[in-house]
Design a protein around this ligand. Structure first.
Ligand code: GLU
Length: 303
């Protein structure tokens, strides 16, 4: 048999991704996440993808996107092209949403922000604390859930704006017995990943498609991780609890579950969370002040 030295390996490659949103400048926290992804991808002999998460077109700009490419290239990050830009793929998210509509796991939510706030304030002034999600946002009251099918149809067809929300209780109840979990690794020790119980209910009835944007963070991230065959999600600790909701969506959309590693967050010099507007820790400002990529690695503890 002739030997073909350039035959592609049949084994699927491990795939990592760095997925920033171009709604501000990259800072040291992003640098840590991107460098860690690249280090772990190289260690595992895997690929590194870059994904631009720009579904919120009111906050994301082409200038910030260009800044991401510039800062990452300067840092020495090498990513595959073409880069997936989420705003080019709204149809993929819409198709996933329609699967959930067909399964009757989502409902149209008409309440405005003001109505939601008024409902919660009324409840809280009566002395009853309102439940909040892990980010501190009050859970959705879910009043739209009890609308009759006829009323729902009438309001949808009248052109009244609505968001699609996940009926989280129903979605959890519809899972096969045994509960939902994900595998979480530490420091790239993938073989020793620990099973973590998913608790999507802590998020309440999340929005899957906004009134003004035909998708949401949770929906587009699970669709893209699957479409791009991401096997290893390495991202900040601030998204740890989001994984429970994302596992629920993966389960209902029939998508595979990647391995996860939620890394520590980099604090600012004042010990506070880094902001995208922070002058002292923005990568372009650090570069202009003479920092080198090696300095950045040291500053984030990857020296
Ligand atoms: N786009 C998200 C962010 O910038 C990250 C999403 C993810 O890694 O799952 O915070």
């Amino acid at each position: 048999m002739p030997h073909n030295p350039i035959a592609a390996p049949t084994m699927t490659l491990l795939t990592f991704r760095f997925a920033p949103s171009p709604n501000g400048q990259l800072h040291l926290g992003h640098a840590y996440s991107a460098l860690l992804n690249q280090d772990l991808a190289r260690q595992a002999g895997g690929r590194l993808l870059l994904r631009i998460e720009d579904i919120d077109l009111t906050r994301c700009t082409p200038e910030f996107e260009q800044g991401i490419y510039r800062d990452l290239a300067w840092l020495g990050i090498v990513w595959e092209t073409p880069v997936r830009r989420q705003s080019d793929h709204f149809a993929d998210y819409e198709a996933a949403l329609q699967k959930l509509v067909a399964k009757d796991l989502v409902y149209p939510a008409f309440m405005s922000r003001g109505e939601i706030r008024a409902h919660i304030v009324e409840h809280e002034t009566a002395g009853k604390p309102w439940p909040r999600d892990p980010d501190g946002t009050p859970l959705y009251p879910g009043l739209d859930k009890v609308l009759s099918p006829g009323e729902r149809r009438r309001r949808m067809h009248s052109g009244e704006p609505f968001a699609w929300r996940l009926d989280v209780e129903k979605a959890v109840a519809a899972l096969p017995p045994g509960g939902l979990s994900w595998r979480e690794a530490e420091r790239g020790n993938w073989a020793a990943a620990q099973e973590v119980k998913a608790d999507p209910q802590m998020w309440g009835d999340v929005i899957l498609a906004r009134k003004d944007i035909p998708t949401s963070y949770h929906l587009s991230v699970v669709v893209d991780d699957a479409l791009q065959e991401v096997s290893h999600v390495v991202r900040g600790r601030d998204l740890y609890h989001a994984t429970g909701m994302q596992r629920l969506l993966q389960a209902h959309l029939g998508l595979p579950a990647p391995l996860y590693l939620h890394h520590r967050l980099i604090d600012g010099p004042d010990g506070r969370k880094l902001a995208k507007s922070n002058r002292d820790t923005g990568l372009s400002a650090l570069r202009e002040n003479g920092a080198t990529p090696a300095d950045i690695r040291r500053m984030v503890g990857l020296g």
